[in-house]
Design a protein around this ligand. Structure first.
Ligand code: ATP
Length: 359
């Protein structure tokens, strides 16, 4: 296999822009990252957090404003994109509409001066890997969105790149296809044994596909960890909110309790997990609506609530409730009526306690 590597290293990578008003924008502020061969890394964060900028800097489509990028011992941020030789897949496929599928896939090899027969052979192998055999002669417009994205992936991998960079590749597909393609991209990644860097704003996509997730916000990395860690132990409230901890409420710290900490607000006492060291008794408790369940009054970590709004969802309902410690969302099995009084419970391991007031 060509171009194999052990590690891609980003050190203090910065990228600044000047916006339309002439103000400086730090799109990427000191990004440090090590990616090993075989890893699938997701860059995750809300729109504008710098994900695409990071990917473009790695690809060489944008120059760095500071820092450096190394592929093993070789510094690569000084090289033009074609010398880095990474495969890229974009949201909009970027296929040549008047070229056949086979020619689209072989294009990169042709540009590199690979002989015609060898190009066709390798393009066919790539199409086999993305399971598009039989479609070689078609034009991109004759394929479905999912098939076009497979062509784009085949075109990216045919040059046998050490690294495959994908920028929201599934955003244009419908939900069902998107979920199928997640597994498909993961399969292709495993089969190739290269590294993939995948940009997405979709938590589920990142959680289901990546070995490690890089959570970004306003150009700054918030957390680099496995999906399980990012989901179960978000590093701070920004990551927690982004991972679906929609309820963030102020509590007072009472002290430790077993392996957890006890918190109190307006007569409601909960036991939760300490996510920080604490600088004062003011804490913020983060809860996912999905982690709530109905309970008998007086159960551990239970509280009384009154339903204010109901969104029926089939298997469960998303309800807004008023409790002694504030209003919150809960997604719970069963049907509810507005005004109904219920008791909810949240497990201590799913009650995350952060230092300081909710932000
Ligand atoms: P999205 O998911 O919306 O593409 P993103 O996380 O990929 O968002 P970037 O596209 O990397 O974010 O943008 C990061 C920041 O840099 C944003 O504030 C954006 O407005 C700014 N930015 C990006 N490209 C330029 C540019 N060419 N000129 C000026 N500002 C830019």
């Amino acid at each position: 296999m060509k171009h194999q590597f052990e590690q891609l290293r980003l050190e203090s990578v910065c990228r600044n822009f000047v916006n339309a008003e002439g103000q400086p924008v730090a799109a990427l502020q000191g990004l440090d990252l090590n990616i090993r061969r075989g890893e699938f890394i997701a860059l995750l964060g809300p729109s504008g957090c710098g994900k695409s900028t990071a990917l473009n800097c790695i690809a060489g489509l944008q120059p760095l404003s500071g820092g450096g990028i190394w592929l093993d011992e070789k510094r690569i941020d000084v090289l033009p994109p074609e010398k880095r030789g990474f495969g890229m897949v974009f949201q909009n496929y970027a296929l040549f509409p008047h070229m056949s599928v086979l020619d689209n896939v072989g294009f990169g090899l042709k540009m590199r001066g690979v002989a015609k027969a060898e190009t066709a052979k390798r393009a066919r192998e790539a199409l086999q890997l993305v399971q598009l055999v039989g479609h070689e002669k078609k034009l991109p417009g004759q394929l479905s969105g999912g098939q076009q994205q497979r062509v784009a992936i085949a075109r990216a991998i045919v040059i046998e790149p050490p690294l495959i960079l994908m920028d929201e590749p599934l955003s244009n597909l419908d939900t069902k296809l998107r979920i199928e393609m997640r597994a498909e991209i993961r399969r292709i990644h495993t089969q190739l044994d290269r590294a993939t860097i995948y940009v997405t704003h979709d938590q589920d996509e990142a959680l289901s596909m990546a070995d490690r997730i890089v959570v970004m916000r306003e150009g700054v990395v918030q957390q680099v960890a496995t999906p399980k860690e990012v989901y179960g132990r978000p590093k701070n409230l920004h990551v927690a909110r982004f991972m679906g901890y929609r309820n963030v409420l102020p509590f007072t710290l009472e002290g430790t309790q077993g392996e957890g900490v006890a918190v109190e607000a307006n007569g409601v006492r909960l036991v939760g997990m300490a996510m920080d060291g604490f600088s004062s008794k003011r804490v913020a408790v983060a809860l996912r609506p999905e982690d709530m369940e109905r309970a008998a009054p007086g159960s551990e970590n239970a509280f009384d609530a009154q339903v204010t709004t109901v969104e029926y969802g089939g298997r469960d309902s998303l309800i807004r409730v008023k409790s002694a410690f504030g209003e919150l969302w809960a997604r719970v099995a069963g049907e509810f009526t507005e005004g109904e009084r219920i008791t909810l419970r949240v497990p201590p391991t799913r009650t995350l306690v952060y230092d300081g007031e909710p932000t």
